[in-house]
Design a protein around this ligand. Structure first.
Ligand SMILES: [Zn+2]
Length: 839
């Protein structure tokens, strides 16, 4: 009997063969990217601080397949907020959405609304499902068919409702997607048209009413933590992103649209090259282009004109631009959705600007005129999209099945035939080579973090129950294996592969070009290219526990090589445990604190080992004054550091430095802009405290404050990606991974005798994946110029301040998790070496 239970859990991976136009003006980016991240307001950080403390616990919503539709949930109605930024535009404030949805659920039997998540600021997120009524057994049947599709098998499509996903307002100050969602839901709820009846019999329409309630209320692009949610899909650091991810995994939309502003004329994807190499792009582009043409016609049919309304005709980047609006990184909603089966997905940018300076300077009547146009256009785009799905259901579902079938079969990456749609040329063709599998050796907290992330993204991961041989080596029992014969192999590969250096192929990129969970998250990830090997394995729902404390009664050591270890260390220090930093970089916990060690081993999954002695530098909690970008603030707090956001304005207003051990400078602080009193106070701090800087703002601070003798050289401003690095045995470099991440890279030359190189760019490359070219005017600033140059340096200045300068981006958007310990080492080193000198 037990065997019968076990057999379905055991699977044998038997491994046989197989192993991205014409308008001269490129579209204007509505995205704030790296170039301006150094100037982001510290004010966002301050509100983020408050939000982190006050946020309600995260909802772990999953769909209920045991109930039919409609569901008639009574949504809780939030307190009225007269300051909601939507009100000035004549649009619906967040607090009014729930009541409206409660009414719409009551008008008939087509609308169901659920709270599916909470924003960083604790505001409810609403998913509305509009479809023809279903019995509980019909809902179960729909789920069975969805699963069958996901495994790549054909279904009787006439009985399947094709899922469509409309995502509204992911950028908080691009409001009208929400209002268009509500308008279209009302139309669908009340329509007596036979076409709508047919539509709702053939589809389930999912509306995420506002993906960013914080931003909507506050009138800002990011969420309450200061994150651009439409850059977060490779990291899913934010609760809103995780909620959107779950919508896509659970409902498997065949088509999705993401509603943005503002580009005039309305921008409708598909995109320019480069195209992500892990998509089944032949299936994608034909559907995405066809839907875009339909959306264009629907918008033109509204009759808005440049002369009358200031509204220009739609543009489709794939057709109308050469470069600059690509689908290379899966950080955006429509570029993430195809990995869960969307065979058409689109960013749509309505034309009439109502945010930024227009929001404050235009009269309300003009803003409201513009918003009305935007709501009309967004509504037309939604209607065109659902009509496209209604008219092409069978073909779209078949194409989604084909995406998953190719993945499950492990078919080679397909080269898309030229001319598959008009204008699809050699510049649009991107392919990849899939390995047979990836092996992730287990036992480290980093491996567990990566495996849990893959599983959360619906990537199948197996655990080897016995040792196995592959690629000329033996992997121990417990090794994690990601079989690349799986329906979602595209997503697995886009995360685990090193990525590609695409600098030679394209001049201009839209956002980042490099990322890699395989190289940047701290786990060992090894591709297995061998065509045949055997693994007796079991599917992983959650990674194996990694926390442990050895028996005995002596002191314990914790290696600070993982974000979880940093959190554990900060937890111990917060409890007042007398931790010392040993010469080997390990954090040593005295025998008297074994119980506390056991607790954090369990809480964070960190392994302790026996320590030889307790000698070393005493550590204590690091109190940071941080002039940093929002993602860095979030990351530092996530690591358990006590952080007080500061800026030029905060220091000029009078800042009490007595509670600060280290000043972190990367954004919003200029030494030269400090008033005399602020400068005097800061100089007094610099005579006892530590300093860590990052990027151009940090390097400028170092120079202006006269800290370390070093010249910071700027690489090209838009350069970004994964770089190969070589580390020294210094206090910061020691134990660092072989790769790092850069955005607007910097390196340090003309180093004074007091300055030590902690990490240098590799002498080959150094770009592994991403986009990094030299300046066209004089050939400077490229990767060749960075070769062998110091990327991270440390030293003590004349006053005695301990200083670390980063030319890399170790906390970028909370992504490169394997680099976080390096930041922690910089903070502990600057703090402790400073304290040693404190009388
Ligand atoms: Zn946007």
């Amino acid at each position: 009997m037990r065997l019968r239970v076990l057999i379905p859990l055991l699977s044998v991976l038997l491994v046989p063969a197989g192993t991205a136009t014409a308008d001269p003006t490129p579209p204007v980016r509505d995205f704030g990217n790296g170039a301006d991240r150094n100037e982001e307001a510290a004010g966002v950080g301050e509100s983020a601080a408050k939000i982190l403390r006050e946020a309600a616990p995260e909802l772990s919503w999953r769909p209920d397949h045991t109930r039919g539709y409609p569901r008639r949930t009574t949504l809780p109605v939030p307190q009225e907020n007269p300051a909601d930024a939507s009100i000035k535009l004549g649009l619906v404030p967040h607090h009014a959405i729930a009541a409206r949805l409660n009414q719409l659920q009551a008008v008939g039997d087509r609308v169901s609304a659920e709270v599916i998540g909470r924003s960083a600021g604790g505001r409810d997120m609403y998913l509305v499902t509009v479809t023809a009524p279903e019995s509980a057994s019909e809902t179960r049947r729909q789920e069975q068919l969805r699963r069958r599709i996901e495994s790549g098998h054909p279904i009787p499509v006439e009985t399947y409702k094709a899922p469509v996903f409309i995502n509204g307002n992911i950028h908080g100050n691009e409001w009208e997607g929400t209002d268009a969602n509500l308008r279209v839901i009302e139309e669908l709820a009340t329509s007596t048209s036979p076409q709508i009846k047919d539509l709702l019999a053939k589809t389930r329409l999912y509306f995420n009413i506002t993906a960013n309630p914080d931003g909507r209320v506050l009138g800002q692009r990011p969420n309450g933590n200061g994150f651009d949610l439409n850059r977060d899909f490779v990291t899913a650091s934010q609760p809103e992103t995780r909620a959107m991810r779950q919508i896509m995994i659970d409902n498997q939309p065949v088509v999705m649209i993401d509603l943005h502003g503002y580009v005039n004329g309305t921008l409708v994807e598909p995109t320019t090259p480069p195209h992500g190499a892990n998509y089944e792009y032949d299936l994608f582009i034909k559907n995405a282009y066809a839907n875009a043409l339909g959306i264009e016609q629907a918008i033109l049919a509204l009759g808005y004109t440049p002369e009358k309304d200031g509204t220009f005709p739609p543009q489709i980047p794939f057709r109308d631009s050469e470069e600059g609006w690509d689908d290379w990184p899966p950080i955006f909603t429509p570029q993430y959705a195809p990995f869960h089966g969307a065979v058409a997905s689109h960013t749509i940018e309505f034309p009439m600007r109502v945010n930024g300076r227009d929001y404050t300077e235009q009269p309300p009547a003009e803003l409201q005129r513009r918003s009305r146009i935007n709501v009309d256009i967004a509504s037309a785009a939604i209607r065109a999209t659902y009509t496209f799905v209604q008219n092409n259901r069978d073909k779209l579902v078949a194409d989604q099945i084909e995406v998953f079938r190719r993945g499950a079969a492990g078919e080679p990456s397909k080269e898309v035939p030229l001319g598959i749609v008009p204008g699809f040329g050699p510049e649009d063709v991107y392919t990849t080579t899939y390995p047979r599998a990836y092996a992730i050796p287990s036992g480290t907290p980093s491996a567990a973090t990566l495996v849990d992330f893959l599983v959360a993204n619906d990537v199948a991961v197996e655990r080897a129950l016995l040792p196995f041989r592959a690629g000329g080596r033996t992997y121990p029992q417990g090794t994690y294996v990601v079989d690349m014969r799986q329906p979602k192999r595209g997503l697995a590969n886009v995360m685990l592969e090193p990525g590609a250096d695409i600098s030679p192929r394209v001049d201009a990129m839209y956002d980042i070009s490099g990322w890699s969970h395989g190289l940047l998250w701290g786990a060992t990830v090894e591709p297995i290219t061998e065509r045949r090997f055997h693994v007796v394995s079991q599917p992983v729902k959650v990674a194996s526990p990694t926390g442990s404390v050895p028996r005995g009664d002596g002191p314990l050591s914790l290696r600070i090589d993982d974000a979880k270890a940093v959190r554990a260390l900060n937890d111990l220090l917060g409890q007042g445990v007398a931790v010392t930093l040993a010469a080997d970089g390990g954090a040593v916990v005295p025998a008297s604190a074994r119980e506390a060690a056991r607790t954090v081993a369990d809480r964070y999954g960190v392994p302790f080992t026996r320590a030889a002695s307790t000698t070393g530098t005493p550590l204590s909690s690091v109190r940071i004054a941080a002039a940093v970008s929002a993602d860095e603030l979030f990351t530092l707090r996530e690591l358990g550091f006590a952080v007080t956001p500061v800026s030029t304005a905060v220091l000029n207003a009078g800042f009490d430095w007595s509670g600060t051990d280290v000043l972190f400078v990367s954004s919003g602080l200029s030494y030269g802009a400090l008033n005399p009193a602020a400068r005097t106070a800061l100089d007094a701090f610099l005579a006892r405290g530590g300093v860590v800087t990052r990027g151009g703002t940090g390097a400028a601070f170092n120079a202006a404050a006269g800290l370390l003798t070093a010249t910071a050289v700027a690489g090209r401003g838009d350069a970004n990606g994964v770089v190969k690095v070589a580390s020294t045995t210094g206090p910061v470099g020691s134990g660092s991974p072989a790769h790092s991440f850069v955005f607007s890279p910097r390196w340090f030359t003309a180093l004074g005798p007091e300055v030590k190189v902690e990490q240098a760019y590799a002498t080959e490359g150094p770009l592994v994946s991403g986009h990094w070219r030299a300046e066209p005017r004089d050939g400077s600033g490229g990767p060749e110029a960075a070769r062998g140059q110091a990327a991270v340096v440390s030293g003590r200045d004349e006053r005695g301040a301990s200083v670390v300068l980063f030319g890399t981006e170790p906390m970028f958007r909370n992504h490169p998790k394997g680099l976080f310990p390096q930041v922690a080492r910089a903070l502990f080193w600057t703090s402790s070496s400073a304290k040693v000198r404190t009388p």
